[in-house]
Ligand binder design. Structure first.
Ligand code: GLV
Length: 310
């Protein structure tokens, strides 16, 4: 049984191979680009951002496993073969995202960007702390990562709310859904965290209209995709004070253009799409478990519904 591996970084291949073969020594793992004589053997593809058209070239392909939680780059391929596509759900990725979301939310909650600016100005003055119970944190997207982030944020005592396309119930979280619930959700978010999948419905969701509905001086954390955010709308909202600060782990163009305002703006904490990375051992276990489930006629947790786009 052969699996094609297109890792996020070429150097990841040995670690992926070791993790996969420790669990399934019989699995043949073929590095990308696939040699011509191996193409006919490939039954599974484990991929990060495969070039368009690539996956259509494997006649025996039975399933595609995404190395990322988001599958927008894979679904953007119009020639994508009609085989099951499974997004990555693994505990290491979830823990990493919990850490990053907590870091970003706590950073805004405790004014860390403002203290960085005060330090540059040799200003030692304090800012009145706000109790976490008075800080309303909203998470857009209540999938695996959104729900886990909310559970982590709950430990700090924030007032939590969440928004998703369809109705959800989460203990201790005020849940909103659909277009009808969007504005009410936004009206109570002092810190807004985007953990949505990128689909036609969510592209550009963090735009001027969204910012105008947030409380004045709100903060925005985007750990979804660059396509969720209209960057120029964010800049205008920062300039007007409607948005106080933002943490952006993802951008329209990664990296941003050399002359992009995002590099220098002190109101933006910018990181290079590192909010969360898979842990090879637990990710390999998740992929092989999803394969087992699929072969046994069960439904893997991360099976993508192509119509929904996640
Ligand atoms: C990273 O961006 C992912 O999709 O997991």
């Amino acid at each position: 049984m052969a699996l094609l591996l297109k890792a996020e970084e070429a150097e990841d291949f040995p670690q992926w191979r070791a993790a996969l073969q420790a669990l399934d020594p019989a699995l043949e793992i073929i590095d990308w680009p696939c040699p011509a004589d191996a193409r006919q053997r490939i039954e599974y593809a484990l991929v990060w951002q495969p070039p368009r058209g690539e996956l259509a070239g494997y006649a025996k392909l039975r399933a595609i496993f995404s190395i990322g939680a988001g599958v927008d780059a894979i679904l953007a391929d119009p020639t994508l073969p009609d085989v099951p596509l499974v997004r990555m759900i693994e505990p290491g990725l979830t823990r990493g995202m919990n850490e990053f979301v907590s870091l970003a939310v706590l950073g805004h909650h405790r004014f860390m960007l403002q203290y960085a600016a005060r330090r540059r100005a040799r200003d030692w003055s304090p800012i009145q702390q706000i109790d976490a119970s008075q800080r309303r944190v909203g998470v857009l997207g209540l999938g695996q990562l959104g729900r886990a982030a909310l559970a982590q944020l709950a430990t700090f005592g924030f007032a939590l709310r969440g928004w998703s396309r369809s109705p959800r119930r989460i203990d201790g979280v005020e849940c909103f859904h659909g277009e009808a619930g969007f504005d009410d959700f936004l009206a109570g978010c002092d810190i807004l965290v985007c953990l949505l999948p990128l689909t036609d419905d969510t592209r550009g969701i963090l735009d001027a209209r969204c910012f105008a509905r947030l409380p004045h001086g709100a903060c925005v954390v985007n750990v979804g995709r660059g396509g969720h955010l209209v960057e120029e709308d964010l800049r205008a909202a920062l300039d007007s004070g409607q948005i106080a600060e933002a943490t952006l782990d993802v951008c329209q163009s990664e990296p941003p253009a050399a002359d992009s305002w995002l590099w220098d703006d002190p109101r933006v904490l910018l990181t290079p799409h590192i909010a969360s990375m898979i842990i090879f051992d637990s990710a390999a276990a998740a992929v092989l478990e999803a394969r087992r489930q699929w072969l046994a006629g069960e439904r893997p947790a991360g099976l993508v519904d192509r119509r929904r786009g996640y």
